[in-house]
Every structure is written in C-alpha cells, then in structure tokens.
Write a protein that binds this ligand. Structure first.
Ligand SMILES: *Cc1c(COP(=O)(O)O)cnc(C)c1O
Ligand SMILES: [Zn+2]
Length: 410
C-alpha cells in the first residue's frame, strides 16, 4: 500500500514493514503499534480539502485515503460515520460555555462510535479473506462488530462479560453472532477471547491490540474538523475505557495537522468515571497505570486494565489536554441535561464526556470563552435501565381532564 510506510512500536519505537502484524515482535502484547502514513504521498495523490469538499460519500469512507485498507468500493458496507455535529443551543449556557458543539455518534448504524472501528475491522477481514471475526467487549465493540459483519456475510464470535446491558446483548443476538457470556470481569473475558482467537485463527477485533481500530475511530476527529471548516474547537472531550477512542481522536487531528489541513491540534479532555479511572489516577500521581476496580454504571468505560494505555496517554499529553473523573451521579445528571437541553439521548459512557466538560469548566480548566466539542459516544437506547434511573417515573393519571389537572404534571 503506497500510502503507508509501515508500523512503529509505541514502546520501543522500532519500525516494521506493513504486513499483517498485530503487536511488536520485540515487545510482545504490550507493544501496541502505530501505523505510519506517507503524508507526502497522500497529499500529492489522494486527498485534499478541495477533493473532500466535492466528495459526496456521506460516511467515514470519504477518508479512505487515510485508512489502512486497500482502495475499494465501500458502498456494500454499512454506512458508518458522518454523524451530525450540532452547535449547542442550550447546553453551552447550562455548562457555562459560549461555544459548544455536540458530535452525536449515537447515530451510527449500531448506535455507537464503535462502528467506526468495527467498520474498518470488517473491511480488513474481507480484504484478507477471513470468514469469521471475533472480539471481546463490554458491549458496543461487540454489537458493532456483529452488525457490520452481518452486512458483509461474515460470521462473528463474541465474548462479553456477563454484566453487559440487555440492549447490547439483544443487538448481538439479532445480528446472528455466537455470543459467549463469560462469568467474570472484562479481563477474564478478554483473556478467553485471546486464547480462542489463537486456537481457531479468527480475525481479531480486540480494541486494545489491533492497530487498525484506532485508525477507524480517528474518523470522528476528521469529521469534526471538516464539519467546522478545518477550524476545530479549542477542546475536544471524550470518554475513555480501553483508550482506543481517545487515541484515535488524537491520531485524526495529528493526520490533518501533518497534511496541513488544520494549523493546530485541539486540547483533548479524557474523561472517566470515579468508579473506574486508572488513567486519571495515573496522570494525577505521575506513574504508570495499575489495575483499577470496575465500579460504575458507565459499563462501556468500566475497564480496570486498559489495553491501549500508550496511545491514550499520548493523546492527552501531546495535545496539552487534561484527564478528569466524574461520579456516576454526575453522569446521570449529564444524561438528563443533554436530553432536556438538546434532544440527544446518550448511554452513561456516551454522556460521560459532557459531565467531564461541566466539571472542567467548574474547575477553571476550560475557560468560558474557549470553544469545545463534546462527543456522545453511544445511544441511550442501549441501556434503558440506567436511563430510567436518571429520568425518574412518569405521572400516573386517570383518563379524565379533571384527573389530569389534579395530577400536578402540568
Ligand atoms: C468503547 C466506548 C467508549 C470508550 O472507548 P475506548 O476505546 O474503550 O476508550 C466510550 N463510550 C462508549 C459508548 C463506548 O462504547
Ligand atoms: Zn516494540
């Protein structure tokens, strides 16, 4: 592939030619790889701001020139990406910000940002001729993998921790995946999937390890920049579990900076729940990550042992951003506020970045006149139980106008 120079290990820095490597042969499983793009080649031959302005592909595939895939027609795949970027009408006021945008990635085909990674993984599996794709996940990676694979006629084997919410499980089963519900936490689930993938030779869509997944997720940053006419906001906030999403957000802006499409990289705010915040703790204490408890309603980011720490830490440090943690109460509040002020319904992990922005403004980390984009990473319909916890109950009423007046709801 002419647009790719090779891999670079995020630990030892060694470079490797672009074959189908998963991790660094020298560093083992911890040696997560970066894909090194040939920006000169891309700039000269395949991508420009003008080309994008004329591009009528309203999906993430409009950026295929920046993906680790062979050029092809992507119309048979599910339509992932090009989700709306709303200028906030009321949420900004509520959070104390003049200019706020909401990138609603809950509007992807299987209703989360994970479709960006799964779309690329499925495209790669098709490119390489696999017939089965496997992954372990707290839910959304799995449901997006199953949906995107179903569309392309691939089989899926999915390992989920037994705590996954029903909405996500229902998606998996409807998409025809073989679902292994593991009696254990995310780490146990991950380890079993790893052993099975090694044994049976399936295509591996495990977020922490496979370097192409970050390259799918980076399209959210490419879209934010393009939708803001190449003038991205001062800050971009996203929630963090494994660290693959935030790593992708940075990679996307980094690509655009290297191509000369934008002239600065936004500061990236990484947000976790206080019930599971290994990144926030490590950053605060200036040390490496240590395993954390997984004790939060935001199941999609309840990751005690993140598999992609390097790219996540780099995203925040290289962008001059910050780490912040918010409580489950703040997350439930953000769910209500985002719904009430903007009509956007996020799952707990989806709205965690919104809660983080509110906290960062309160702390003075984000200044009121700075511009901010907050990413909603997943739809609230995936986890109705927690949404009802945030929302409360409807008002009971007998079927008469009199009773309606008496009910107090009006
Ligand atoms: C996976 C996920 C995240 C976090 O992404 P990581 O790559 O695990 O850091 C955030 N929100 C939602 C809804 C997710 O599904
Ligand atoms: Zn290495």
């Amino acid at each position: 592939m002419k647009h790719i120079l090779g891999y670079r290990c995020t630990i030892c820095g060694k470079e490797f030619p672009y074959t189908e490597l998963m991790t660094c042969p020298d560093c083992g499983e911890k040696g997560i790889l970066d894909i090194v793009f040939d920006y000169d080649y891309i700039k000269k031959n395949t991508l420009s701001r003008e080309k994008l302005a004329n591009c009528r592909d309203n999906s993430m595939w409009r950026y295929k020139a920046l993906m680790p895939l062979k050029d092809r027609d992507f119309t048979p795949f599910l339509r992932v990406g090009w989700t709306p970027l709303y200028r906030s009408n009321r949420l900004g006021d509520e959070l104390g910000l003049k200019t706020l945008y909401i990138k609603d990635d809950g509007l992807n085909p299987t209703a989360s940002l994970k479709d960006r990674a799964s779309g690329v993984a499925v495209a790669k599996a098709v490119e390489l001729g696999y017939d089965t794709i496997a992954c372990s996940s707290t839910g959304n990676a799995a449901s997006s993998c199953a949906g995107n694979a179903a569309r392309m006629g691939l089989k899926t084997v999915i390992f989920v921790p037994s705590r996954a919410p029903e909405g996500k499980l229902a998606q998996l089963l409807i998409f025809g995946a073989k679902v292994v519900s593991v009696l254990g936490d995310y780490k146990d689930t991950f380890d079993l999937s790893k052993a099975a993938i090694e044994k049976y030779g399936w295509y591996n869509r495990n977020a922490g390890i496979n370097p192409i997944l970050t390259e799918g997720k980076k399209t959210v940053a490419l879209e934010i920049a393009e939708q803001l006419s190449w003038q991205p906001t001062d800050w971009v906030a996203c929630s963090v579990g494994d660290g693959c999403t935030i790593g992708g957000v940075y990679n996307g802006f980094h690509d655009l900076y290297e191509l000369g499409f934008i002239d600065r990289i936004p500061k990236i705010l990484g947000v976790q729940s206080t019930g599971c915040c290994p990144f926030v703790d490590a950053a605060r204490e200036g040390r490496d990550l240590i395993p954390a408890e997984e004790n939060t309603i935001a199941d999609s980011i309840a990751v005690g042992v993140p598999r992609n720490p390097r790219k996540a830490l780099r995203a925040v440090s290289a962008s001059n951003g910050t780490w912040i943690a918010v409580t489950d109460e703040q997350i439930l509040d953000a769910m209500r506020v985002l719904g009430r002020t903007e009509g956007v319904f996020g799952e707990p992990a989806g709205v965690t970045a919104t809660a983080g922005v509110r906290q960062a403004v309160a702390d003075g980390v984000i200044k009121p006149n700075e511009t901010v984009t907050v990413i909603n990473t997943g739809s609230g319909l995936k986890d109705v139980k927690n949404a009802l916890k945030a929302a409360g109950k409807p008002t009971l009423c007998e079927p008469s106008l009199e009773a309606l007046e008496k009910s107090g709801i009006l």
